[in-house]
Design a protein around this ligand. Sequence first.
Ligand code: 5RP
Length: 243
Amino acid sequence: MNAGQREAQKERAASAAVSLVESGMTLGLGSGSTFRYALNALARRIASGELCDIRAVPSSGATAKLAQAKGIPLLPLTADLLLDLTIDGADELDGDHRMIKGGGGALLREKLIAEASARLAIAVDGSKIVKQLGKYPLPVEVLPFGWERQQVFLAELGAEVSLRQDSQNRPYLTDNGNYILDCHFGAIAEPQTLAAAIKARTGIIEHGLFIDLATDVFVASQASVQSSQRGSKDAAQPLLPQS
Ligand code: 5RP
């Protein structure tokens, strides 16, 4: 698949996810290039009058700016707010709707929003589908204070760990002022066990394993967009990696 085909797939998967949006919904807005296609599709449906009374919580400063530019009213993530639907992308997605996210560095707020949502719709191009998670390095957000101790801890769990850097070779800072450690685990045999081990560590803020969160996934191939809902997996076609 070339770059143009991949972008076309992202756009079609994102538009399919946006078809779940109904007037009056409060949305969670993801981050990343696939999500940007979703935001464009959402803005088109609002501009055409097909959708009204849409409000949203953004998962990053970058998304907040884009949504504001499109005139979408933004809300803070307050205690009493239940989001109807969050739309987002992913870096890897397996057949059980488990994901690696955080390639764009927004994993903490993306997970907070996903957990506050009744539904989480994930849109991906076919290259993101894997049999086993782990080829894509797992992003882990850590407190800058003592971060090297987390690097050692993650290496002891089996990863090759690198501190994410920005374009000027300084440590990349998340919207929350934290660092990201990119962890190359290779195939992750037990995502749930790894997630629990990482989560329990003081100084680690959050990891990019998203398990039991995605309710609806939209996977584009060259020919079509395949959707699958959690709970109706048996009826849906299996999600297979594209060769
Ligand atoms: C950002 C994310 C993105 O959803 C993920 O990195 C996918 O991005 P893209 O759609 O650009 O491939 O998790 O933190």
